[in-house]
Write a protein that binds this ligand. Structure first.
Ligand code: A2P
Length: 275
């Protein structure tokens, strides 16, 4: 391929609008639609881009002089060559109404600075890490369960995912299966990575909101664990605002203290952003 032709394949070529400063322009590598509300996609990773598993970044599309950016948790682990995202599709969402139409080869904008509280650094060591998610809130945990550091820090990793219906659980099921078979991580997961799913609007073997299942003890019964204990358990929470508030209240009731990057403690929360 000639140099000129190679340059044409760069993501910052052929765009109608200039790329804003401090923003990477990356190519979409693959797109997978799960339901009419959910899809996942992968983009190329800039060589200089570093992040901690569990962090989020602002992404947008090159479709305006001042593009709309929204916060997205990075679903791929820090060692991955590509960047993965798991997104909702909002019919009138300023970003997702367009983002849901992306195809391989299209350009996605990504601000250069990742951030977030759902990181191993924000928790003190513990025996068990509960990662409690609803909907696209599973994304940061898709990153963390594929990071060897999480297995260094915790004996047991428990990922809970509650969705409206069975089809919405598919991303998580594929994720867990792929992680267990991964040549880098698979061995670490043996007997240590646990997946708990429930649905709220369609019949499935386990029904109910995660808050209900924590309160009535069914979550712990199904996992063979005991109710939250600040001495051993650490918790990360990601979902809608209402879900965060309710789960947070339950873990605080159990005596766990909220942590941050500056002051690590027993649990951390992060909203699953949409738009
Ligand atoms: P429900 O079907 O009872 O609303 P969504 O896709 O709307 O973000 O919802 C994802 C999942 O989160 C659904 O199963 C939903 O249950 C559940 N959910 C919604 N609000 C809360 C809450 N306050 N606490 C716990 N789970 C919630």
């Amino acid at each position: 391929m000639s140099t000129a032709a190679m340059q044409k394949t760069e993501a910052d070529q052929d765009l109608e609008f200039p790329i804003p400063p401090g923003v990477f322009a990356e190519r979409v590598v693959s797109v997978k639609h799960y339901t009419d509300r959910l899809f996942a996609f992968r983009i190329t990773r800039p060589q200089s881009f570093r992040f901690r598993s569990g962090e989020f970044v602002m992404i947008g599309l090159p479709n305006a002089a001042k593009p709309v950016f929204r916060a997205y948790s990075i679903a791929s682990p820090a060692w991955d060559e590509e960047i993965e995202f798991f997104s909702i599709k909002v019919p009138d969402g300023p970003l997702t109404q367009h983002l849901q139409k992306i195809q391989p080869g299209d350009t996605v904008l990504m601000r250069q600075k990742p951030t977030g509280t759902l990181v191993n650094d924000a928790l003190t060591p513990g025996k068990r890490l509960y990662m409690i998610s609803t909907g696209t809130g599973i994304a940061p945990f898709a990153s963390l369960i594929r990071d060897p550091e999480t297995y260094d820090k915790f004996d047991q990793l428990i990922l809970t995912h509650t969705c409206r219906d069975v089809a919405e659980l598919k991303y998580g099921e594929e994720l867990i299966a792929a992680t267990r078979e991964d040549p880098l991580i698979g061995e670490l997961t043996e007997g240590r990575l646990h997946h708990f799913t429930s649905t709220t609007r369609e019949d499935s073997p386990q029904m109910g909101r995660v808050t209900t299942l924590i309160e009535n003890g069914e979550l712990f019964k199904a996992l063979g664990t005991q109710p939250f204990d600040a001495a051993e358990d650490r918790v990360m929470i990601c979902g809608s605002m209402a879900m965060l508030k309710d789960v947070k209240a339950l873990v605080e009731k159990a005596g766990l203290k909220e942590g941050s990057n500056a002051e690590p403690a027993d649990f951390v929360v992060e909203r699953a952003f949409v738009g």
